[in-house]
Design a protein around this ligand. Structure first.
Ligand code: HEC
Ligand code: HEC
Length: 292
């Protein structure tokens, strides 16, 4: 009897310990959210105030992102990943589009840009009809949903060296980087999102997610300038299997890779013309790893 009591209490103790992390991820209460109503945001010389974003959020964002920002708005149930990713849970404070290193919070400008840009291949609309002030207020309101914005500062934006000139050598070198760090495992050797890992990919919440298809003319979610593409693979899309390669790719090589990615994309570009002229073949996943 006594033994089983001890066993039970050990079991309960273990259960309590294991459920701790779950408790901290559980729904935040209204009181908790209200404690952050003074949240501010700063973009350029504009200061945003969470409270001033509340009404716009209620009207335009809540249906998807939910009253408490947990991504469980009324229509969220109709979103069906991977083709229709679920609205983001802002309570987690995890964002895809950042100028800051993986694992860190985005800057206010990053959130502002994401809201203004919208997300291609998802239900997240483009919100460029709001005034600047309204968008900056919305940024503050989005931030108030997560305690991370009180306990942590945003990361320091990564340095992007000036863009070099596109040359045949660089496009070729970019192909080598694409092979070496194995972008093809998910994105496929031709960039068609059909690599060997593509069909098994899941986001951090266990939902299926598709790799980006470079060839079908859709827009990367976090911007489509050369700088944006550089930033995407050097900071990673947090919350997804798309990692940061900051530790594996040197800044100069990163530019080579951007140029190679351009050659895979459907839009005509200098890079694409060069690749065609060179008769550049897709990378060979079975080629022996290059010695360095
Ligand atoms: C029709 C549904 C819908 C509405 C309305 C909507 N969103 Fe979204 N939002 C989404 C989805 C879906 C995602 C996730 C997209 C993805 O991860 O690919 C998202 C993602 C985001 C992100 C994450 C950005 C990042 O870098 O990770 C922010 C911030 C955001 N929305 C803000 C807003 C704001 C502010 C509004 C209202 C002005 C709004 N959303 C309205 C569906 C919506
Ligand atoms: C483990 C799988 C995986 C690997 C390896 C990988 N990616 Fe991705 N990548 C993804 C997924 C998944 C997405 C889509 C994320 C989303 O839609 O939210 C993505 C998206 C992207 C995007 C578009 C982002 C956007 O904003 O829509 C670019 C650009 C990209 N990857 C480049 C690369 C490059 C370059 C490499 C190699 C240096 C690489 N990826 C390696 C899984 C991967």
């Amino acid at each position: 009897m006594r033994r089983s009591l001890i066993r039970w209490s050990l079991f309960l103790l273990a259960a309590a310990v294991f459920s701790l992390p779950l408790v901290s991820w559980a729904q935040l209460t209204k009181a908790d959210l209200d404690s952050r109503l003074k949240m501010e945001s700063h973009v350029g010389n504009i200061t945003g105030h969470a409270k001033d974003g509340a009404a716009d959020y209620h009207r335009y964002c809540e249906g998807c992102h939910g009253v408490r920002g947990d991504g469980n708005g009324e229509v969220a149930q109709w979103f069906d990943p991977p083709n229709f990713p679920k609205p983001r849970d802002f309570q987690l404070g995890i964002f895809k589009c950042r100028s800051t290193p993986t694992g860190t919070l985005p800057t206010d400008q990053d959130l502002y840009d994401a809201i203004s840009r919208g997300f291609d291949r998802s239900g997240m609309p483009i919100w460029n009809t709001f005034t600047k002030q309204e968008r900056v207020d919305l940024v503050a309101w989005v931030k108030h949903f997560s305690p991370r914005f009180v306990s942590e500062k945003p990361g320091t934006a990564i340095q992007i060296p000036p863009e070099p000139e596109v040359t045949a050598e660089r496009v070729k070198a970019g192909r080598e980087v694409f092979a070496r760090v194995q972008c093809w495992k998910c994105h496929g050797v031709t960039g068609e999102a059909n690599g060997p890992s593509a069909s098994t990919l899941q986001d951090d919440l266990g939902r299926p997610i598709a790799a980006f298809n470079f060839t079908e003319g859709s827009r990367p979610k976090c911007g489509d300038t050369d700088q944006d593409i550089y930033r995407i693979f050097m900071t990673g899309l947090d919350g997804t299997p798309m990692p940061s390669f900051a530790d594996n790719i040197k800044p100069d090589e990163a530019w080579d890779l951007v140029f190679y990615l351009r050659s895979l994309m459907r839009e005509p570009s200098k890079e694409k013309a060069i690749a065609q002229q060179l008769g550049l073949k897709p990378v060979d996943p079975n080629a022996p790893a290059p010695t360095q």
